[in-house]
Design a protein around this ligand. Structure first.
Ligand code: PRP
Length: 209
């Protein structure tokens, strides 16, 4: 049985839908409510429902053979996993945003040592370093848009999908760092020990992506 770590939340339904199209009927798993480990015997798959940011960890340590995770989280986690496939759903952008009132239109206009709040401290640090812009990165766990609104930071680095959260909180994008979609990743040892099952699943998914 292949073990797949998946993120609870908005991307899970899209993945089950994709699996169905690929011939792996997992409707029973899609309906299970609060279980954290769900076996679908017919498809020979076990789903491990984790927090998005923890998916690469389960895969790196071999607690899961495969994982489905956003490229943004994958890059931020810096875990040693093999990226197999772009699943091409869950498109969002990782951006730098500031309050509209600040009048700032590009990152170069941020003051020296400006504070930047983010759930992606590693990517944010690398981005500003690559431009030679000195900022102080402050890591937060969610509701990142609050930072500039309450005076904790001058800017944020966060994902945006529809742009609604930014707009409704008076924030504007001044830079796009990267685009992100869901990725299928694998544990490096499972790639050898479960070679056939992983190749079959990845191949079937590739056919319907
Ligand atoms: C993400 C992100 C934004 C929001 C963007 O938050 O951090 O807050 O979604 O989506 P939108 O552009 O469609 O409005 P998430 O829902 O993951 O929760 P969080 O605030 O706890 O990080």
């Amino acid at each position: 049985m292949l073990r797949i770590a998946v993120a609870k939340g908005r991307l899970l339904d899209s993945f089950f839908e994709l699996l169905g199209k690929a011939g792996y009927d997992c409707d029973s798993a899609a309906q299970a409510s609060r279980k954290l480990v769900i076996d679908v015997e017919a498809a020979d798959l076990r789903f491990i429902l984790a927090k998005p940011a923890d998916v690469p960890t389960y895969v790196e340590y071999g607690a899961a053979d495969l994982g489905v995770v956003g490229k943004d989280i994958l890059v931020e986690s810096d875990k040693h996993v093999a990226e197999l496939l772009d699943l091409k759903y869950g498109l969002c952008r990782l951006v730098v945003a500031v309050t509209k009132d600040s009048g700032i239109t590009k990152v170069q206009e941020l003051d020296f040592n400006s504070r930047v709040t983010s759930k992606y401290p590693r990517i944010a640090e690398e981005f500003f370093n690559s431009l030679g812009i000195q900022v102080e990165i402050i890591a937060l766990n969610g509701s990142i848009e609050l930072g500039p609104m309450v005076g904790l930071s001058e800017a944020i680095v966060d994902i945006t999908e529809t742009g609604r959260t930014l707009a409704e909180n008076g924030l504007v994008v001044i830079e796009t760092i990267m685009e992100s979609t869901a990725r299928l990743v694998a544990n490096r040892i499972s790639l050898k020990t479960q070679r056939e099952a992983i190749a079959a699943l990845a191949g079937a998914l590739e056919g319907v992506v």
